[in-house]
Design a protein around this ligand. Sequence first.
Ligand code: UD2
Length: 319
Amino acid sequence: SGNGTCVVTGAAGFVGSHLCRRLLDLGCRVIGVDNFFSGHRDNMQEFQDHPRFFFHERSVTERNLLSDLAVDYGPPSVIFHLAAIVSVPYSVEHPQETREVNYLATVRLLEEARNLGCSRFVFAGSAAEYGNDMRLPLKEAYAGGETSWLSPYGEAKYRSSKAVGACGYGPRGVALRCFNIYGPRQDPSSPYSGVISRFAELAVQGEPLTIFGDGRQTRDFVYVSDVVEAYCRAAGLDPSAPKVPAGIYNVGSGTRTSVLELARLILNLTERGESIRFYPERPGDIRHSVASIDAIQAAMAWRPHISLEEGLRRTLRWM
Ligand code: UD2
C-alpha cells in the first residue's frame, strides 16, 4: 500500500508536530491522532489547515483505531507511533495506565497495522530503556537482560521497542531510541519539562537557571529536526535510499554535555551573567547518558547536523 498516507500518533506533541510538518512538505497525506493529554492544538497551528492533513482527536488505547481510520482514508502505508505518557514521574505514580498507553497500545497498533497491510511501523523509543546501565556510550544491545528500569515509563518503552523492532512478520518495524530531544515547541511550563526548554525560558525571563545537583551530570542532546530526519529515513520515504533493516536504533548526538556547560552556553547566548542557582539532586536522576550512534549511521546514513549551539539559538529565537 504505497499510497503515501501516514498516520502520526501524538501529532499535537512536540516531536509529532514537527514530524507532521515535514511529512506534509514531503508530499505525504498525514492523518494526525492525539487526545491532548499532553499535546497542544497550538503545536499544529501552522499546518492544521493543510489540504493533506486530517486530524482526529482520539486515544491510541481505543480498539480499532487504525481500521476505523482506514475506512475513511484507505490503509495507510506508514504508522508513526509517538503518542505516549511522556512524564517519567507520572509513570511512577500510574504504572498500570503507563503500561496500557505506552506498551499494550503499541502491540495492538502493530497488530492492526499488520492486518491492514501497512509497510512500515516506526516507534518512538527512549533512552530510558537503558535504565541504570552505565556502559557508555550506550549500545542498542545493552538494554534488556540485566537492565533495571528506573520507571514504568522506561520499562514500557523497552517492551514496545522490542515488540516493534523484533517483529519478523507484518510491517517492517523500526524503534528509534531517542535521547534528550530539544527545540521549538517543547513545553517549558512543567517542572518535569526538558532542561533546555526550562533553562531557555528562565534565561529569557531574566531568572536564574536552576541546576539540580552539582551540574556535572551529562546528557546527549539532539535537535528536533535531526530526530525528524531519522523518522523519515526509518520510514523509507525516500525510495532512492537503501532499505532500512527492521530493528532498534539510538538517535542522539553521540556526545555528552554537562548540565553546567549547557547552563553557561545558554547564559552566553542570552548575554546574561553567571546567573545559576543550585538545588538538591533530583531523585531518580541518572548521572550520565550518551548514545552510540554507529548503528543508525550504518543503517540509514543518518548523522546529526545541528550543533548544540545552533540548536540553542533556534530554540531561543522561538521562545
Ligand atoms: C530524559 C527524558 C525522559 C526520559 C529520561 C530517560 C526529556 C525532557 N526527558 O530525562 O523522558 O526519557 O531522559 O533517562 O527528554 N535539570 C536541571 N535543572 C532543571 C531541569 C533539569 O538541573 O531545571 C537536570 C536534571 O536534574 C537532569 C538533567 O538536567 O540531570 C536533564 O533533565 P531532563 O529532565 O531534561 O531530562 P532527563 O535526562 O532527566
